[in-house]
Design a protein around this ligand. Structure first.
Ligand SMILES: *Cc1c(COP(=O)(O)O)cnc(C)c1O
Length: 356
């Protein structure tokens, strides 16, 4: 028999969430961000769910090629740009747009033989201090790019370090606007948090990621309050049941101790499936549609749940670890992380089912 651990991916939810972005940023074009295999959802689901997007953005060249194999003909943007000189030729062959965040990448463009031009996103560092030219170097970088036959249009871009909480984007936005050349220039600024909270950042292109998958970019606002729908459900089944007496313990280290007689269910899902090992006793889980809690330590292939709130449940019943019944952000908060990390960590051994 097949192990019952699986993820279900809802194309309808992906489309719904994209339509939420359209409603929030009606005048902007949308780069749907599909890095990390579409935040763990898989590119096949993403290409179907985001047909209405204006482009797909990611960081992996091999996955960008896969997008073309999957039939995606619209724009593709490499968010970290070229990693080596050969990537620039590859981008041109397949019509990928490239982020340019440092001088070496301009050298590679300058060295290209004649051919069709490459669209470029010129990245400014406005305070994240990861990638991008310092603001006062951007005019010179833009001038260099403008002189290269290998370069087509240039879009000015930055990525906010603090769009999801105070102090917000004002400082970064000031730095960005202070160096923009006069006249019309295309720009791309907003991630999910900025799309929700800062309409002034929407401009020509927005770059939503997490919200497209139905999770929240904020620590203090649930996805449902943003009218987003979870696209991924991680599910399994009960494969055993135990009856404990008061004082009995559950799992490695005896981390949970029963205070009274109780019924425990064993779920075929563990950290080797991508469920977070740091989720403590009390992390929410749904058994046969009823909300209950995990008990004790998560092990590699299994975790245990309290069946007392679900007296009718038994071996074979369906368990949802996260999805429409249990927000992924709640599980993440219990485990001391964010929904982003849980989505991306679902293991290859977990079967995927795409639903319309
Ligand atoms: C990942 C990423 C995004 C999307 O961020 P979310 O918080 O998931 O919306 C946008 N822009 C860049 C450059 C990124 O790397």
């Amino acid at each position: 028999m097949t192990r019952p651990t699986r993820i279900r991916l809802s194309i309808a939810a992906l489309r719904h969430n994209l339509s939420r972005v359209r409603a929030l940023a009606p005048r902007s074009r949308i780069w749907a961000v599909v890095k990390a295999d579409a935040y763990g959802h898989g590119l096949a689901a993403a290409v179907r769910g985001f047909v209405e997007a204006d482009g797909l953005a990611l960081v992996e060249f091999d996955f960008a090629l896969r997008l073309r194999e999957l039939g995606w003909r619209k724009p593709v943007l490499l968010l970290e740009g070229a990693f080596e000189a050969a990537d620039v030729g590859l981008a041109r062959t397949h019509g990928f747009a490239l982020t340019v965040h440092e001088a070496r990448q301009i050298d590679w463009l300058a060295a290209l033989p004649p051919g069709p031009p490459i669209e470029v996103h010129l990245k400014m560092n406005t305070g994240m201090n990861r990638l991008g030219f310092p603001p006062d170097c951007c005019i010179a970088a833009a001038a260099r790019l403008a002189g290269l036959p290998a370069v087509g249009s240039v879009t000015w871009m930055t990525h906010f370090a603090q769009a999801d909480a105070a102090p917000g984007v004002a400082d970064a936005l000031d730095r960005f606007q202070a160096v923009l050349p006069p006249g019309p220039v295309a720009c791309s600024l907003a991630n999910s948090a900025a799309i929700v909270d800062y309409p002034q950042t929407h401009v020509d292109w927005v770059r939503p990621g997490i919200m497209l998958y139905g999770a929240t970019p904020f620590a203090d606002r649930p996805a449902a309050s943003l009218a987003l729908r979870p696209a991924m459900a991680l599910e399994s089944r009960l494969i055993a049941e135990q009856r404990l007496a008061a004082g009995d313990t559950v799992g490695y280290g005896g981390a949970f101790v029963a205070k009274a007689p109780m019924r425990v269910g064993v779920v075929a899902c563990g950290y080797a499936d991508g469920y977070p090992r740091h989720a403590p006793t009390g992390t929410p889980v749904a058994v046969a549609g009823v909300r209950t809690r995990t008990l004790g330590r998560v092990s590699m292939d299994m975790l245990c749940v309290d069946l007392d709130p679900v007296p009718q449940a038994g071996v074979g019943d369906c368990v949802q670890l996260w999805g429409d019944q249990i927000p992924i952000d709640e599980v993440a908060a219990h485990a001391g992380t964010i929904g982003y990390e849980l989505m991306c960590a679902v293991a290859p051994r977990v079967a995927r089912f795409i639903e319309d």
